[in-house]
Design a protein around this ligand. Structure first.
Ligand SMILES: NC(=O)c1ccc[n+]([C@@H]2O[C@H](COP(=O)([O-])OP(=O)(O)OC[C@H]3O[C@@H](n4cnc5c(N)ncnc54)[C@H](OP(=O)(O)O)[C@@H]3O)[C@@H](O)[C@H]2O)c1
Length: 266
């Protein structure tokens, strides 16, 4: 199945998974609006692909009180946006055995980058995605295998991803019960460890020789793209596919029961 969306707003497009997905989209004829904080990377992206294939917006998604205006501005500037990929994320080590050393502002920045901003971006971008019905639209979020099984070294990171994973289940159920949203798909990409700046820019990981952990980015991109083309609601990559199946099956059954008991179609 070809990728059904033509104009993608991709938040977190300046490196790693986001940049690789942006380039894969462009190779497949999709116009991409890339978002991130690093202006030189954004400029390079447009210079490489040209304004007929790419545009950019420099924005820091942790500026929570600016998200509503930014969402309005970006969808006004690009009214053909039919898919949003929320991919930005940071990971920090957090050690509760040494609480005096915890940098609370750094921990909150991780929470706001990985979760609070997603909550607000979703809230303020959905009205635009509603207007394009009956044309198909998608909201895609990148979580992690660590949303399912946490890694104690970075517990707050895992909790932000678990929160987002849970939120996506509820959103999907709500849209499934409201015919005015039948054109919208909610898609989750769950990467395993992938070789990106997420690790190579973490001083704690580099110090212990783990700055380059994970599968190669090209392998991740091929598998994630195949899942997106299949039209899966959840796209677990690599070992996360097994984790998701084994760990989530009973939970998913419980959730489906909860939905049946508590939700009615509008
Ligand atoms: N690599 C892995 O092993 C792995 C595994 C599971 C899940 N993931 C998830 O995959 C996603 C992409 O990560 P990656 O591995 O590709 O890491 P990455 O190379 O460090 O990319 C992170 C992206 O997020 C953007 N970003 C971070 N903070 C931002 C902010 N405040 N405002 C706007 N953009 C911001 C960065 O852009 P700027 O710095 O230019 O702002 C960059 O484009 C993340 O959600 C991550 O949690 C990664």
């Amino acid at each position: 199945m070809p990728f059904p969306y033509k104009t993608v707003l991709l938040v977190g497009a300046t490196s790693g998974i986001g940049l690789a997905l942006a380039e894969r989209l462009i190779e497949n004829g999709v116009f991409v609006i890339g978002v991130g904080r690093r202006k030189e990377r954004l400029d390079e992206f447009v210079a490489k692909h040209g304004p007929s294939k790419a545009a950019v917006s420099q924005f820091d998604i942790t500026k929570l009180d600016e998200i509503q205006k930014w969402s309005k501005d970006i969808t006004t500037a690009h009214p053909t946006i039919d898919a949003v990929i929320l991919n930005s994320g940071i990971q920090r080590t957090l050690d509760f055995t040494n609480p005096e050393a915890i940098d609370v502002s750094r921990t909150l920045q991780e929470l706001h980058t990985n979760y609070t901003s997603y909550l607000l971006l979703t809230t303020y971008l959905l009205p635009h995605l509603k207007t394009i019905a009956p044309q198909p639209a998608a909201l895609v979020a990148v979580t992690s295998g660590l949303a399912i099984v946490p890694l104690p070294r970075c517990g707050n990171y895992c909790a932000t991803k678990a929160a987002l994973h849970s939120l996506l289940w509820s959103m999907r159920a709500q849209f499934a019960h409201d015919p005015s949203w039948s054109h919208l798909r909610v898609i989750e990409i769950l990467p395993p460890a992938v070789q990106t700046e997420l690790h190579s820019q973490q001083r704690e990981l580099v110090a212990i020789g783990e700055g380059n952990i994970g599968i190669p980015l090209a392998q991740f991109t091929d598998e994630a793209w195949a899942g997106l083309l299949r039209g899966d609601d959840e796209v677990p990559v690599g070992i996360v596919a097994e984790t998701l199946h084994v760990a989530e099956k009973p939970r998913r059954e419980q959730f489906e029961g909860m939905v049946r008991r508590t939700m009615t179609r509008k």
